[in-house]
Structure formats: C-alpha cells, structure tokens
Design a protein around this ligand. Structure first.
Ligand code: ZN
Length: 142
C-alpha cells in the first residue's frame, strides 16, 4: 500500500481502507452488516445497529443524491486547486448513509441540493478516491 495519501483523502482510518482502494475495478463498496444487512459508513469494527462483527465491504450501485454541499474557494490543501465542491451524498441503497465527497464534472455553481450523482474514481497510485459527477437530468412524469 502506498504511504502517500491521495490529495482528496477525507477521513481515512484503518477499517475503512477498502473504501479508498476498492474502486480500482470501478465499483463503489460500502461496509455492510452480515446479520442485520444494514450499510455502515464510516466503516467500523462493530455494527452500530446490532453489534455484529460480521462486517464486510459489498458493492453498491454508486448512485445517489446530494443532501448538502459547500463550495470551497480557498486553497486549504496545497496543490488542490479551488474552487471545488465538498458534498454529502445520500446513497440510493440507504439515504441515511451520507458520503463526504467532492462533486466533479460540472461547474461548481451548477451543483444543487437534490442533484442526482454517480460515482467515479480518481486514481492516485493504489488509492481510488470515490468522487461523484452529475447524472443526466431524468424526464419527470409530471
Ligand atoms: Zn448489524
């Protein structure tokens, strides 16, 4: 494993390393409880719902909805050019799961709460950082 953290590293810790690496095959994975089947994020050693330790990463669709976001216009991280969007994305499998991530692939001023997004991965050595880009707007049935 590379010792260099990726520039977008957000909240790494031991149990969650898979979250930052398993996207090498283009699939987002979240920790899931083998007993109560709930998703858990950030990952931990024990299920917060049923206290099971039968936890493992499982693939999810990689689609979700922006719950909230902020536009960062200052260079807090050297080499990471502003402006960029930090967002919390609710995953489709469980909207109580909110992933802290960056929104890419559009102008920062076009990002909206409720926007539908899809995962992509920014490779940095062995790390594959999950980022999200907007999905095409679906025609509603209004
Ligand atoms: Zn559980």
């Amino acid at each position: 494993m590379s010792a260099d953290p990726p520039p977008r590293f957000i909240s790494p810790h031991a149990e969650g390393e898979f979250y930052w690496t398993s996207g090498a095959d283009g699939v987002l994975r979240l920790q899931r409880c083998g007993d109560c089947r709930r998703y858990i994020h950030p990952p931990g050693p024990v299920c917060p719902y049923c206290h099971s330790r039968a936890l493992s990463p499982e693939p999810v669709a990689g689609t979700g909805t922006i719950a909230t976001f902020t536009i960062n216009r200052k260079e807090w991280i050297p080499g990471f050019e502003p402006p960029y969007v930090f967002a919390l994305v609710e995953i489709d499998e469980d909207p109580t799961i909110r992933l802290g991530t960056n929104i890419v692939g559009c102008e920062v001023d076009d990002v909206e709460i409720g926007m539908r997004v899809e995962v992509e991965f920014e490779a940095n050595g062995e790390w594959h950082v999950p980022l999200f880009h907007p999905l095409p707007v679906e025609r509603s049935e209004e």
